[in-house]
Design a protein around this ligand. Structure first.
Ligand code: GLN
Length: 492
């Protein structure tokens, strides 16, 4: 079969169960596509054909015995921020270009235990800092919809592999938008779960109080399958929450769209820099939801102006602390012929960290330094609480909140935005992480250059099922999520 990559996750799982094709065939199909097409997309940092085929054979055995779990034999790609035992985990950095983890991240271990097949590890902004995937040591990933544009970031590789059909779905991480924004730029569905829903164990830390892993796929249904696999409490992550996990697949129609109250924050739709076409597509999608019975309610989120400055203090502060472990001693890059220990630390870090990572470390270290800690870091934490409060007040009156995922469609590669221009592009996603809330991106159309536009729905804590269900029903009424980039239409 030449079109296995067109199947949904449900269809793949059913096809495997009913022996229409084997996991080996399905896996080889993707490996062939990667070999043929990925030169143009640059989405994989590491492809693991032998490992994948061995996992596929193991899944095929389970399928033959009738003991296979729901997703056994279905392939996926992992963002190169999740530690994989025996396979390089680079976090997109020269610092970890030689790093092979001795253990699996919990997300990876859960995927393995479910019988999912790892095709490889995919590209990302260095240490997940960025919005374009251009800061990777492995070069820029291309947007499958237009190879001259970025796929977004930091989970740009995860978005590109799915949009080019080089993997059926992928894991991503979201510290300030890194699942939702690349999903938006590549026409995908991506869910950032409530902080604590998915284990961070073995996920290379950027800003620990904000980082959260989640699924990126073509549809809400495909995301629900991956969420069923990766969500849940983990004793190895002290911030993971011990709370029952929903059956996200079974709940796909559980939320009534009729009567659903969707909050439209006034402040969000008046943001300077919101592209007129993005605004139009998002408003059209809200009209569609309204026609399905939802009630649109104008709301206030008064802290909007504080999102960017608050995040860009807290995230770099935590990053500067987290990244202090890369000292050239225990693992990672080590400079040649160090004179002494200080020279070893200094040169290893300045030779192996890229410009954006160094910028964040400098900002973060400054904000945490003795004289400025109260003025910057403590102040930012207080504002963070006000931002959270703003959402909680809003949720007294509405069920979910709608916003664009990003103010624009995908930038051109090499557009060379200044750091502040780039940071302002995160205006719609950062607050969700600051408050620890879940949010989802759904594709809702295209701009005049045929680049995808995304709608973001933000839910209250633990509302992942609700968000997936709303988007699932939207996707039953529309076909944006079924559109494919030209490169995805090519056969291997
Ligand atoms: N673009 C944001 C940043 O650069 C968010 C990145 C992320 O979510 N990992 O920090």
């Amino acid at each position: 079969m030449t079109d296995l990559h067109r199947l949904s996750i449900r269809e793949m799982a059913e096809g495997l169960k009913s022996a229409q094709f084997s996991s080996r065939e399905l896996t080889q199909h993707y490996l062939d596509r990667i070999a043929k097409l990925d030169d143009r997309v640059n989405s994989y940092v590491t492809v693991t054909p032998e490992y994948a085929l061995a996992q596929a054979d193991a899944a095929d055995n389970l399928l033959k015995n009738g003991t296979a779990g729901t997703l056994a034999g279905v392939p996926l790609a992992h963002k190169d921020i999740f530690c994989t035992q025996g396979i390089k985990t680079s976090a997109g950095s020269k610092m970890l270009d030689n790093f092979i983890s001795p253990y699996d991240a919990t997300v990876v271990a859960k995927a393995k235990a479910a019988g999912l097949v790892t095709l490889g590890k995919v590209n990302m902004d260095e240490f997940a800092m960025g919005s374009t995937s251009e800061s990777s040591f492995y070069g820029a990933t291309k947007n499958p919809w237009n190879l001259e544009h970025v796929p977004g970031g930091s989970s740009g590789g995860s978005a590109a592999v799915v949009a080019a059909d080089l993997a059926p779905f992928a894991t991503g991480t979201d510290t300030g938008g890194s699942i939702r924004q690349p999903a938006s730029f590549c026409g995908l569905t991506g869910l950032k779960p409530t902080y604590g829903r998915v284990s961070r164990f073995g996920m290379i830390a950027f800003a620990s109080s904000l980082d959260q892993g989640g699924p990126m796929a073509r549809s809400a249904e495909d995301c629900a399958f991956l969420m069923n696999t990766i969500a849940g409490h983990d004793a190895k992550d002290s911030t993971s929450i011990n709370k029952e996990v929903d059956d996200y697949v079974a709940n796909l129609n559980a939320t009534a769209v009729k009567g659903l109250r969707i909050g439209i924050p006034k402040q969000y739709f008046n943001v300077q820099g919101l592209d007129a076409e993005v605004k139009a597509r998002v408003e059209e999608s809200l009209k569609t939801l309204e026609s399905m019975g939802a009630i649109l309610v104008e709301i206030d989120l008064n802290m909007t102006e504080a999102y960017v400055p608050t995040y860009y203090l807290i995230a770099p502060a935590e990053a500067s602390s987290n990244l202090s472990r890369y000292d050239g001693v225990r693992y990672g890059y080590r400079c040649e012929n160090p004179k002494d220990i200080l020279d070893l630390h200094k040169r290893s870090r300045s030779e192996a960290f890229g410009a954006e990572v160094q910028r964040r470390i400098l900002i973060g270290t400054y904000a945490l330094s003795a004289g400025y800690y109260d003025a910057y870091y403590v102040k930012a934490q207080k504002v963070r609480r006000l931002i959270q409060q703003d959402f909680l007040t809003a949720f007294e009156n509405v069920d979910v909140i709608a916003a664009p995922s990003a103010p624009t469609t995908a930038y051109k590669i090499g557009a060379n935005l200044s750091p502040t221009e780039m940071y302002l592009g995160d205006i719609y996603t950062l607050a969700v992480n600051l408050a620890g809330l879940p949010a989802i991106n759904a594709p809702v159309g295209f701009d005049k250059d045929s680049l995808p536009v995304g709608l973001q729905l933000i839910g209250n804590y633990w509302s992942e099922s609700q968000l997936l269900s709303i988007v699932h029903q939207y996707q039953q009424n529309t076909d944006w999520h079924t559109k494919r980039a030209a490169i995805a239409e090519e056969n291997a």
